[in-house]
Design a binder for this molecule. Structure first.
Ligand code: AHR
Length: 647
C-alpha cells in the first residue's frame, strides 16, 4: 500500500495541487480490507475498574478478606442508647475458601435504638430514586438470637433511611438470607452507607454481604448499566480480557489465577491486584465472557505466561507445564462443549453454551522480562495451544518497538501486541509513517494498549493525582491521528484498543492517567478521547481507500462501505486555526450534494467531568455543495467524520 500511496501523491503534485491544503482520496479501487475486528476494548482491574466500577457490587470488602487485622470499610453502628463492637473472626469462617468472618456483638439496643455494622461502599453507597436493590447476607448467630436483622441504605448523617428490609431465622449454622430493598423519591446521592442492625442485644457473624442495584440486562452478579451502555455505544468487536499488569500480578502467586475466579461468589477469596488494592474476583472469567456476550464482542483471551511484574519468571519446561495446562483448561472453559471437563464446569456455573474465541494472548509486556525467558516460554505455550486448538491465533507480547522489532524467533506468532503511550506531539509526528516499518508478510499487529497524553505532562507525571483523571481535548487530537493511522493500515493492524478504559474519579481511587471513561458511584462521563474513538468506530467501511495529505498538517483516512458505496472520510486538524481543505476524490464522478459531518472540536484545555459530562461532544450537521472536488472548512483543533453518499 505504501508504494501505491507514494506514486499517487506524485501524480497529484504534477496536476498542480501542491501548495493548496488538500486531502486526496483514491476511491478508484480498494487498497485493502478493513479488519472487521479493528475497534475493541481493553480491560484490567486498575483505577477501580471492576470493584467500585463496572462490577455492580456495592459493598466493599464483602467477604472480609481485604485486611487480616481490621474490618476495613466496616464500622460499628451505635448511638447514645445502643452499642456494638466488630471483630474479624478467623475461628468462624464461612467456608474453607474464606479465611475469616465478621463478628458483630450488640451489647445494647432496642426497637428505637438499633446497633450493628455499616459498610461505606466504594466511595459511598448510591441511593437513587425508585430503585430495587438486592441484598444477600450469609449469617449465623449465637444460639440465643434468631432475629430479626434489619438491612438498610441510610444517609451518612443518619437522618434518612432510603430503603430497608428485614430477615429472621438465624441459627448457629451459616445460612444465606436474600432481601429486597426499594427506594422511593430520593435525590441521587452517594453520601450513604449500608447498615446491618439488630434491635436487641445479640451476637451475629457475617460471612459474606452483597448488595446489588439493577444491572445491565438484569444479569445476576452483573454490570453497571451506564458503563455498559457507554461501552456498547463504542460498537466494540472484542474485549482483551484481562489484559495489562493484572494478568501478570506482582508475583506468580498473585497472577490472575482464573480457576479461583469462577464458581459461587462466596467461595471466591479475591486476590491482591498489582495496582495496590485487593480484587474481589466477583468479576471473574465467566463474567468477562458474559460481558463480551452482552456487548456482542468476542474475547481476546490473555493467559498468564509465567512472568510477573516484580521480575519473577517460571522456567520453561517442567516448571512451566502446570501454567500451560492452566491456559489449556482456560481455553476449554471458554470454548469447550458441556461434555468436556472445563466446559462442564462452565455449564455448572450457568452458561452451557461455549463462547467464540479466535485469539489467545500469551502474557503481557514480556519485554520487561530481562531474563530472556519469553522465547522458550512462548514456544511452550504456542506448541501446546496449536496442538490442541490449531485454529486459534496466538499473540506474542514481545516484538514491537519496545523490543526493537525483535520477534520471538523459534515460532512465528500469528500476531504481536505493541503498546503506545505517547504524547500528542509524538503521535502527530509518528502517525503519518506509522506501520511503514513493518513487514506486511509478517505477523498481524495488535495494538493492545495505547493512549495519547497531553504533551506538557510527561510520562513520569502520568500517575499524578494533580492532573484530571481523564484527558483534555488536546489528547483526543493525538488519539485521532493515531486512530487514522491504524485505520489506514488496518489490513495489517487487525485489532486495537485504548487503555486504560475506566477510572473511578474519587480521590485515591486511581493509579493511572489518562483514562477513557470516568465515574463516581452515581454517574459516568466520556472524555473527549472517548468521543473521538466513538466517531471512528461507529463510522467505518470495509474497504481501505488510499489517502494523502498535501501541503497541510491535517491527517486522516478514508474507507468505503462496499454495500452502500458510502465513503467515510476522517480528518484531524491539529492546528489552532481553521483550515479550508481541498478534498479530491479520484475515481468518483458524482456524489450526493448533501453529506453528514460529525465534528468534535474544542480548546486544547477543554475537558469533560462528572460535573460537566458533555462539555466536549460530537455534533452532527448536514453539509451542502459536496462533489468529488470540493472545499471543506475544518474548524481549529477538530476531528471530523464526513459521510459522503454516492449518486
Ligand atoms: O494500562 C496500564 C498499564 O500499562 C498496563 O497494565 C500495562 O500493560 C502497561 O504497562
Amino acid at each position: 500500500m505504501k508504494r501505491l500511496f507514494t506514486a499517487w501523491l506524485g501524480l497529484l503534485t504534477i496536476t498542480g495541487l501542491a501548495g493548496t491544503p488538500g486531502f486526496t482520496i483514491d476511491a478508484s479501487h480498494s487498497a485493502g480490507n478493513v479488519s472487521p475486528r479493528l475497534y475493541g476494548l481493553m480491560t484490567e482491574e486498575i483505577n477501580h475498574s471492576y470493584d467500585g466500577g463496572l462490577y455492580a457490587e456495592l459493598i466493599q470488602n464483602r467477604a472480609f478478606q481485604d485486611n487480616a487485622l481490621t474490618p476495613v470499610h466496616w464500622s460499628a453502628v451505635q448511638g447514645d442508647h445502643s452499642a456494638a463492637t466488630l471483630a474479624l473472626d478467623p475461628a468462624n469462617p464461612l467456608n474453607g475458601k474464606l479465611a475469616r468472618s465478621l463478628r458483630v456483638t450488640v451489647t445494647a439496643a432496642d426497637k428505637k435504638n438499633s446497633a450493628g455494622a455499616a459498610n461505606d461502599g466504594y466511595w459511598g453507597i448510591p441511593a437513587t430514586p425508585k430503585t430495587t436493590y438486592r441484598a444477600s447476607v450469609f449469617a449465623r448467630a449465637e444460639s440465643s438470637f434468631s432475629g430479626p436483622v434489619t438491612v438498610a441504605i441510610v444517609s451518612d448523617d443518619g437522618k434518612e433511611v432510603y430503603a430497608t428490609g428485614q430477615f429472621s431465622g438465624l441459627t448457629t449454622v451459616w445460612k444465606n438470607f436474600e432481601v429486597t430493598l426499594k427506594t422511593g423519591r430520593v435525590t441521587p446521592t452517594a453520601k450513604a452507607h449500608f447498615a446491618i442492625t439488630l434491635n436487641q442485644p445479640g451476637t451475629v457473624w457475617l460471612g459474606f454481604v452483597s448488595l446489588f442495584p439493577p444491572t445491565w440486562n438484569n444479569q445476576p452478579n452483573g454490570f453497571r448499566k451506564d458503563l455498559m451502555q457507554m461501552m456498547v455505544d463504542l460498537h466494540p468487536k472484542f474485549l482483551r480480557c484481562p489484559g495489562g499488569n493484572y494478568v501478570e500480578g506482582n508475583t506468580v502467586e498473585t497472577r490472575f489465577d482464573w480457576k479461583k475466579t469462577i464458581g459461587p461468589l462466596a467461595e471466591r477469596p479475591g486476590h491482591a491486584c498489582p495496582w495496590g488494592y485487593r480484587s474481589s474476583d466477583g468479576l471473574g472469567l465467566l463474567e468477562f465472557l458474559q460481558w463480551c456476550e452482552a456487548m456482542k464482542a468476542e474475547p481476546v483471551l490473555a493467559v498468564y505466561a509465567g512472568y510477573s511484574l516484580q521480575g519473577a519468571h517460571v522456567n520453561a519446561g517442567a516448571e512451566l507445564q502446570p501454567f500451560v495446562q492452566d491456559a489449556l483448561d482456560e481455553i476449554e472453559y471458554v470454548t469447550g462443549d458441556a461434555n468436556t471437563r472445563w466446559g462442564a464446569e462452565r455449564a455448572k456455573d450457568g452458561h452451557p453454551a461455549p463462547f467464540p474465541l479466535n485469539y489467545v494472548e500469551i502474557g503481557n509486556e514480556d519485554w520487561f522480562d530481562k531474563s530472556g525467558s519469553y522465547e522458550a516460554r512462548f514456544a511452550q505455550f504456542y506448541d501446546a495451544i496449536k496442538a490442541q486448538y490449531p485454529h486459534l491465533k496466538t499473540i506474542s507480547t514481545y516484538g514491537d518497538d519496545q523490543a526493537a522489532n525483535t520477534l520471538v524467533k523459534s515460532r512465528k506468532p500469528d500476531a504481536i501486541d505493541g503498546h503506545y503511550y505517547r504524547s500528542v506531539d509524538t503521535f502527530l509526528k509518528m502517525s503519518p509513517d506509522y506501520a511503514n516499518k513493518y513487514d506486511r508478510s509478517g505477523p498481524e499487529l495488535f495494538v493492545g494498549e495505547w493512549a495519547a497524553y497531553e504533551t506538557s505532562f510527561p510520562p513520569w507525571d502520568q500517575q499524578s493525582q494533580k492532573e484530571p483523571p481523564t484527558p483534555r481535548f488536546e489528547a483526543a487530537i493525538g488519539d485521532a491521528v493515531f486512530l487514522a493511522a491504524m485505520e489506514r493500515n488496518s489490513d495489517l493492524i487487525k485489532m486495537q484498543c485504548y487503555a486504560p478504559m475506566f477510572v473511578n474519579v474519587n480521590p485515591g481511587a486511581r493509579q493511572w492517567r489518562p483514562n477513557l471513561i470516568g465515574y463516581d458511584a452515581i454517574s459516568a462521563y466520556g472524555s473527549p478521547s472517548y468521543y473521538a474513538i466513538q466517531m471512528f468506530s461507529r463510522n467505518l467501511g470495509d474497504q481501505i481507500l488510499a489517502t494523502a495529505s498535501v501541503g497541510t498538517s491535517v491527517q486522516g483516512c478514508a474507507t468505503r462501505d462496499s454495500q452502500t458505496g458510502e465513503i467515510i472520510v476522517k480528518l484531524v486538524n491539529p492546528e489552532p486555526v481553521s483550515v479550508v481543505l481541498n478534498l479530491q476524490l479520484k475515481g468518483v464522478t458524482k456524489l450526493q450534494s448533501k453529506a453528514t459531518a460529525i465534528t468534535l472540536s474544542g480548546g486544547s484545555e477543554d475537558m469533560n467531568s462528572i460535573q460537566h459530562p458533555r462539555n466536549v461532544k460530537p455534533v452532527s450537521t448536514v453539509v451542502s455543495g459536496v462533489n468529488p472536488d470540493f472545499s471543506y472548512p475544518l474548524p481549529a483543533n477538530s476531528i471530523v467524520v464526513l459521510k459522503l453518499k454516492p449518486r
